[in-house]
Design a binder for this molecule. Structure first.
Ligand code: SFD
Ligand code: AMP
Length: 626
C-alpha cells in the first residue's frame, strides 16, 4: 500500500468526542443539548461501529451503579465511602460524588429509550446488590448508541459521527489540545480533526499483559480486545498529568470464558470455596486484619477478595469453585410449597443462563459444551490477567478537574473533567481515580465532561490554527509502517519473519512477555519487585526503539501497529508508577515482594506526566483530600 495514495481529509468542529462507547454516547447526548443552545458543532469519531463498540458490545446483565436517591435508601456520601474503601483509600471524593449525584437520571433515560430493567411485583427495580440493578441488557449498547446518534442528527449539519476511523495522535498548539489525527480502517484516508475542545473517551486497555488464553483463545479475554490503550496514549502524548497508573484491575471470573460473578455473589448469594469446600472468605478472614482499615470494612475490597483466593491456590487448595448448585438449592429450600419451589427452580435456572447470555455468551457455550448444569454442578472461577479499566474496580486514567462546588482548591481548574492540558477533557476509562462508575457512571461522566467542554468552547470562540508543517510529520509517522512493509517485505519468503521489520502481532507477544514476567502478570501470581521492574523497563526501552520498525501490510495491520504502540505507552506508565509506589496496597492486583505491606506515607496518589517538549517523565505524589 503506497502512502502517497492516501487522501488527507480535514474536518473542522467545535467539540470533538473521541470514542463511541458509554462515555462518548453520554457526551454526544449532552453536548447536543448545549450545542443547540450555543450554535456549536459536535463531532464523534469511533474506531468501530457505535452500535456494538466498546466494553458493552456483547451487552450487560446489570447496571452496576444506580443510587436510587429518590427512594432515600442511599446517600452520595455512602457511595464515596464504598468506592474509597474498595480502592484501599485511593480515590477522588469530588469525582466519585459528582458522578453518583447525577447517575440516576442517566439510568432513567436508558429506560425511557427502551432498555428493559427487571421489576419486582411493586414495579420497583430489582437490585442485584446495594448499588446494582438487574437488566435484560443484550441490546444495551444498541439502545444507548441509537439515542446518541439521534441527538447528533438533531443538530443537522452541526452534528456528525464517523465510524471505523482509528484515532491515534493528539494535535497540540499553544499549550492546548486542538484536535486529533487518525486514519480510516477501510479506505486510504488520513484524517485531521480540528476542534476547540477534545473529549478523550476511548476506553481502557487489554492485552498488555499476557492473557491466560493464548493461541486460538487469544481474543477471549474478560475485557474486549478492541480497547487497547488509546485513551492513555492520547492524554500521555498531550502532556497531561495521569493518575493511578499502577492500579490495574484483575477481575475474578468464571474460568476460561470469563462470565461475570456479581449476580452469583450478590443476587443468588452464592459462595466461592476451595476444592475442599472451605469458604476462604471465612477461613482466611484473619488475613484481612493486615490490610485494615480497608480490609476489615464491609464489603471486602475486590482486590482482597482476589488475594484470599490467590492464597488458597498458593497453598495448593485449587481449583476454586463458585457453588452455584448450593446457592440454587438454598434459595429453593426457602420455599415450603412444592409446586412453587419447582417453579422457582426453573426461574433461577433461566436467570442463571440469562446472566451469561446477556453479556458473556461464550460462558453459556462453555457451560453447554462441558455439560455443566448450574443447579447441579459448581463451576470453576479464576483471577483473570490484569486490565486497565478505571470505570470498574481499577483507577488508571487522566488527572482531571473536579466540579467547582465539591472539589477542594487543588482539584479544580476551571472546567469539570478537563485534564491538565487546556481544552482536553477525559471521561469513562480515560479519567482516573474515580472507580466504580461502570456503564451508567461512564455515560454520566461523559455528560458532565461534554457540558463542561461546550462551556470551554463558548469561552474560547476562536478556532486554533494548525499549520501544514505540523500535520505533515504526523501523517508520515502514522503511515510509516505501511512504507516499511512496502520497502522490505520481498526480502524474505515469509512476510511475518524479516530482519528489517517487526509485525504488530509479534510486537504484542513481546510486550506481553515482558509485562507478564517482570511487571507481575498472571503467570507469576501477580508478584513483582524493584529488581524485576527495572529489568522490565530496560527491555521496554529496547522495544520502544524497535517500535520504529513496525510494519503493516494493510490498513488492518496499520491499526494493529498503533494499538500496540498505545499498549506500550500504557505499559511504560504502569511500570514507572509501580516502581514509584514503594509499598503493596492492592495485594490481589499486584504484590511488591520487596515492600510487602501498606505504608502510611503512601496514603497518596501516585501521578506521572510525560513531557512532549523534553521527552522526560516526571513522577508526582499528590495528597488525598476528603
Ligand atoms: O458486571 C476508539 N462493565 C459493566 N458495567 C455495568 O454497569 N454493568 C455490568 O454488568 C458490567 N460488566 C462488564 C463491564 C465491562 C466489561 C468489559 C464486561 C462486563 C465484560 C463496565 C462498563 O462496560 C464500562 O464501565 C463502560 O463501558 C466504560 O465506558 P467507556 O466509554 O469508558 O469505554 P467503552 O464503552 O469500552 O468505549 C470505548 C470506545 O472507544 C472506542 N475506541 N475510537 C477511536 N480511536 C481509537 N483508537 C479507539 N480505541 C477505542 C471503542 O470502539 C469504543 O467505542 S460486569 O461484568 O463488570
Ligand atoms: P462483577 O460481576 O464482578 O463485575 O460484579 C458486579 C458488581 O458486583 C460490581 O459492582 C462488584 O463490585 C460487585 N461485587 C461482585 N462480587 C462481589 C462480592 N463478593 N461482594 C461485594 N460486591 C461484589
Amino acid at each position: 500500500m503506497n502512502i502517497h495514495d492516501f487522501e488527507t481529509v480535514v474536518i473542522e468542529t467545535d467539540l470533538l468526542i473521541l470514542g463511541g462507547g458509554m462515555a462518548a454516547c453520554g457526551a454526544a447526548y449532552e453536548a447536543a443539548f448545549w450545542a443547540k443552545k450555543h450554535g456549536m458543532r459536535v463531532t464523534l469519531v469511533d474506531k468501530a461501529a457505535m452500535e456494538r463498540s466498546g466494553a458493552v458490545a456483547m451487552g450487560l446483565s446489570a447496571i452496576n451503579l444506580y443510587m436510587g436517591l429518590d427512594k432515600g435508601k442511599n446517600s452520595v456520601e455512602d457511595y464515596v465511602r464504598y468506592v474509597k474503601n474498595d480502592l484501599m483509600g485511593i480515590a477522588r471524593d469530588d469525582l466519585v460524588a459528582n458522578i453518583a449525584r447525577h447517575v440516576d437520571s442517566s439510568v432513567h433515560l436508558f429506560e425511557k429509550w427502551g432498555l428493559p430493567i427487571w421489576k419486582d411485583g411493586q414495579g420497583e427495580y430489582v437490585n442485584e446488590g446495594r448499588w446494582q440493578i438487574m437488566i435484560h441488557g443484550e441490546s444495551y449498547k444498541n439502545i444507548v448508541s441509537e439515542a446518541a446518534k439521534n441527538a447528533l442528527r438533531e443538530l443537522g449539519d452541526r452534528g456528525a459521527y464517523y465510524e471505523r476511523i482509528f484515532i491515534t495522535e493528539p494535535l497540540l498548539a499553544g499549550g492546548r489540545c486542538v484536535g486529533a489525527a487518525g486514519f480510516s480502517v477501510r479506505e486510504q484516508k488520513f484524517y485531521i480533526f480540528r476542534a476547540k475542545a477534545v473529549l478523550d473517551s476511548m476506553g481502557g486497555a487489554v492485552h498488555i499483559f499476557r492473557p491466560r488464553s493464548v493461541g486460538e483463545g487469544l481474543g477471549r479475554s474478560w475485557y474486549p480486545p478492541f480497547n487497547s490503550g488509546a485513551s492513555a496514549y492520547f492524554t500521555l502524548r498531550s502532556g497531561a498529568e495521569m493518575t493511578c497508573q499502577e492500579v490495574r484491575f484483575v477481575p475474578v471470573r468464571f474460568k476460561d470464558a470469563y462470565g461475570p460473578v456479581g449476580a452469583w455473589f450478590l443476587l443468588f448469594k452464592s459462595k466461592a470455596t476451595n476444592a475442599k469446600g472451605e469458604d476462604y472468605m471465612e477461613t482466611r478472614a484473619g488475613e484481612l486484619e493486615k490490610w485494615a482499615p480497608y480490609g476489615t470494612a464491609k464489603p471486602t475490597p475486590a482486590n482482597l477478595r482476589n488475594y484470599l483466593m490467590l492464597l488458597e491456590l498458593e497453598a495448593g487448595n485449587g481449583p476454586i469453585f463458585m457453588r452455584t448448585d448450593d446457592a440454587i438449592r438454598e434459595l429453593v429450600a426457602q420455599i415450603p410449597d412444592e409446586k412453587e419451589a419447582a417453579r422457582k427452580l426453573r426461574e433461577l435456572e433461566s436467570e442463571a443462563w440469562e446472566d451469561f447470555l446477556d453479556m458473556t455468551i461464550s460462558q453459556a457455550l462453555h457451560w453447554a459444551s462441558h455439560n455443566i448444569m448450574p443447579e447441579k454442578d459448581p463451576s470453576e472461577i479464576a483471577a483473570c490477567e490484569p486490565y486497565f479499566i478505571s470505570s470498574h474496580s481499577g483507577a488508571s486514567g487522566a488527572w482531571v478537574s473536579g466540579p467547582e462546588d465539591l472539589a477542594p482548591a487543588a482539584h479544580f481548574w476551571g472546567y469539570p473533567n478537563m485534564t491538565t492540558v487546556q481544552g482536553l477533557f477525559a471521561a469513562g476509562d480515560a479519567s482516573g481515580a474515580s472507580s466504580h462508575k461502570f456503564s451508567s457512571g461512564s455515560f454520566t461522566e461523559g455528560r458532565i465532561a461534554a457540558k463542561a467542554a461546550i462551556a470551554f468552547c463558548v469561552d474560547h470562540p476562536g478556532m486554533p490554527e494548525i499549520s501544514l508543517e505540523q500535520i505533515d510529520p504526523v501523517r508520515q509517522r502514522i503511515l510509516k509502517p505501511l512504507d516499511i512493509f512496502e520497502e522490505h517485505h520481498a526480502y524474505t519468503n515469509d512476510e511475518d519473519v524479516n530482519p528489517r521489520y517487526i509485525k504488530p502481532r509479534m510486537f504484542m507477544f513481546r510486550l506481553q512477555k515482558i509485562m507478564d514476567e517482570y511487571a507481575g502478570g498472571a503467570s507469576v501470581g501477580f508478584r513483582t519487585s524493584e529488581a524485576l521492574l527495572k529489568k522490565g523497563m530496560e527491555y521496554l526501552q529496547f522495544m520502544k526503539e524497535d517500535s520504529e520498525k513496525l510494519a503493516a501490510r494493510d490498513l488492518n495491520e496499520l491499526m494493529r501497529c498503533w494499538e500496540n504502540i498505545h499498549r506500550m505507552w500504557q505499559a511504560e506508565a504502569h511500570i514507572r508508577t509501580l516502581l514509584f509506589r514503594e509499598e503493596t496496597r492492592w495485594p490481589g492486583y499486584y504484590f511488591r515482594t520487596d515492600h510487602p505491606a501498606m505504608k502510611a506515607e503512601w496514603e497518596a496518589f501516585a501521578n506521572c506526566r510525560w513531557d512532549p517538549e523534553t521527552d522526560r517523565w516526571e513522577m508526582i505524589r499528590r495528597a488525598i483530600e476528603d
